[in-house]
Design a protein around this ligand. Structure first.
Ligand SMILES: [Zn+2]
Length: 249
């Protein structure tokens, strides 16, 4: 589809700066144009990231004053002002893009580390520190080894069985790795407390993605982040993720 939509207009649209007529015309266009729809959803993502960043970083008083001095300067040259403000906008977007890119690549790296933990356990002669199919044996084993507690779901009536668990570290944060069996597949469930380090390192919320030969599903409870990784098909992985989530609600 041909589209000559001005990107700046999409920003104005999201900021509520368009007239009602302009907004409804654009809204209709977005409904029909996948390119603009994608751009809008990316911009919404940016807005969210900005809001999140704003709650984490407070500008210093000096920085604020400097900006205020810049704003207070007389505008003797119209095009120069326009140029400088366009440049400033471009710089801000560049910084945001860099932050988002870093965040994404950090997530990718950490999921790679999670995959390594899974492979390491499977390749090891003693894949688990506590060998038991009984969740009432495995859960207490972690007490005093990790600074949080979690629940292991009841697996009776499902095709999953528990093989055991071991202590793991990700970004110096202690966590629990549980290993489950599904037919001939082994699946790891990694459980971490939602500290800032873990929140920065692992993607949040319910997601499932392919990573090399593995499927990785993530889930959150109020305090914990779960990563479910294995070579079973995505449906089975999500089923286990749901069981874990429900048990920890
Ligand atoms: Zn368009």
């Amino acid at each position: 589809m041909h589209c000559d939509q001005d990107g700046a207009m999409l920003v104005q649209y999201l900021d509520g700066e368009l007239s009602a007529d302009q907004a409804s015309a654009l809204q209709q266009h977005i409904g029909e144009c996948p390119r603009c729809a994608a751009e809008v959803s990316e911009l919404i993502g940016l807005k969210h990231s900005l809001r999140a960043a704003r709650s984490r970083f407070t500008p210093t008083i000096e920085f604020r004053r400097k900006i205020e001095r810049q704003i207070a300067k007389p505008r003797h040259n119209w095009w120069r002002t326009r140029f400088v403000s366009a440049l400033a906008t471009a710089a801000v977007f560049l910084v945001i893009a860099a932050v988002l890119w870093m965040q994404r690549s950090r997530h990718t790296d950490s999921l790679g580390e999670v995959a390594d933990l899974h492979v390491e356990a499977l390749a090891s002669a003693n894949p688990v520190d506590v060998v038991s199919t009984d969740r009432h044996t495995v859960k207490p084993w972690f007490q005093s080894k990790i600074p949080f507690s979690f629940n292991i779901p009841e697996l009776t009536g499902t095709e999953f069985s528990l093989l055991g668990g071991r202590l793991v570290y990700l970004h110096q944060q202690p966590g629990a790795q549980l290993i489950f069996n599904l037919r001939k597949h082994e699946i790891s469930v990694l459980i971490f407390q939602k500290t800032t380090e873990i929140s920065n390192a692992l993607p949040a919320g319910s997601r499932t993605e392919k990573r090399n030969s593995f499927t990785v599903a993530t889930e959150d409870s109020q305090q914990l982040r779960f990563v479910i990784i294995g070579d079973a098909d995505a449906n089975e992985m999500q089923k286990l993720a749901q069981l874990i989530k429900i048990a920890n609600e």
